[in-house]
Design a protein around this ligand. Sequence first.
Ligand code: ADP
Ligand code: MG
Length: 376
Amino acid sequence: MFKIKQALFLIFGITSFIIFYIGFLNYLKTQDSNMGLLILLFSVIVSVGTLLATFHVSKNLTKPIETLVQRMQDFSQTNIVTPNPCDDGGIQELHILHKNFEEMANKVGETLKKEKQLNIKLKEIDTRKTEFMSMISHELKTPIMPIMGYIQLLKKEELMGELNEKQMNALNEIAISTERLQKIIQDILTAQKIDLGKLSSEKENVQSRVLVENAYRAFYPYCKNKDVQLTMLLDTNDNVYSDPDRVSQVFSNLISNALAFLPEKNGTIKIGTLNNSDENVTFYVQDNGIGISDDQQKNIFKKFYQVDTSSKRKKEGSGLGLSICEGIIKNLGGRMWVKSTLNQGTTFFFDLPKAQVPVDHLDSLDKPSHSNHLAS
Ligand SMILES: Nc1ncnc2c1ncn2[C@@H]1O[C@H](COP(=O)(O)OP(=O)(O)O)[C@@H](O)[C@H]1O
Ligand SMILES: [Mg+2]
C-alpha cells in the first residue's frame, strides 16, 4: 500500500521528468539552437518548479493527514486525544476534519470514563448486595436449628408424650418444609460464596471411578425404591485432582434433577465417565425424562432459572441447583454443559482435570475400553 507522500512524489516526479524529456528532445531536434536552448531552459524551470510544488503540497497536505492518522491510532489504543497542536496545513477541510475528530474523541473518551465509573459502582453495589444476602441467609439459618431440634424432641414419645395421628402428620409436614427451607438457605449461601469467589475446596488425587461409585451408592437405594433403573458406565479410570465432596454435591444435584423429571414408568438414569481427552475426564448424568428445549438450555445455568415457573409446577426447587453445579465445576478447573432432546431425555456433562499421577495399574479397570454396567 502506498503512502500519500509516495504517491504524490511518484506522479509529480514522472510528470516533471516527462516535461524535462520533451524539452530535451526539442533542444536536440530544433534547427534554431537559441530556440532549442530556450525550450530546454523552460522545461528545466517547469520540472524543477513541479518538484518544488510537490514538496510544498506534500508538506501542507500529507503532514496534517499523517498527524491525524497518528492521533487516531493513539486514541484507539489509549482513549486519550494526543494534545498535539492542530496541524491543518492551512487547508480548510483538514482543519474541519481535525476539529471534528477532536470533538468526537473527547465525547467518546468522556463516555468511556463515565462507563468505567459506573462499572466500578455497579460492582460495589453487587458485592454489597451479595454480602447482605449472605448475612440474611446466615440469620435465617440460625433459628432453623432449634426448630429441627424441637421437631425431633416432639417425635420422642418418652420425652414429650404421645402424639395422635393427626398431630404426627402435621409434625411430619413441618419437618419436610423445614428441611426444604434449610436446603434453599444452604443453596443461597453456596451461590453467594461462588459469586464472591469464596467457595472453598479441598483437592486431592482421586480416581474418577471412585467419584462415580460414591454417587451410585448414595442414590442406589432411593432409585430401587422408586423403581428407577440406575446404571453406572465407566469407560475410563483416571486420577483426577479434585474435591470429592464437591463432586458428590454436583452428582447429587444432577441426579436429583434427573429423578424429578423422569417419566412415571421405566425411568432410567445413567451415570459414568467418558475417555475423550488427554487433559480431562468427562463425567455425565443421563436420563430419559422430559428433556429441555434448545431455547431453555441457554438459560438453565443462570441463577434462579426454572423452566416451568407456573403455579402448576409440581417440582420443588429454587432454580439454584445448576448454577451451583456450574460454579463448583468451574472452581475445580472444569466446565459443564448439557445436551437434551424434548421428550427423549437430558444428559449433563462436566469435565475435571486429570491428575499428573496416573492410577496404579493394578487398581485400574481390567479393560478400560469396556463399559462396566452395575444395573440396579
Ligand atoms: N434432568 C432434567 N430434565 C429436565 N429438566 C431439567 C433437568 N435438570 C434441570 N432441568 C430444568 O432446569 C431447571 C433448573 O434446574 P436447577 O437449577 O436444578 O433448579 P431447580 O431444580 O431448583 O428447579 C429446572 O427447573 C428444570 O426445569
Ligand atoms: Mg435442581
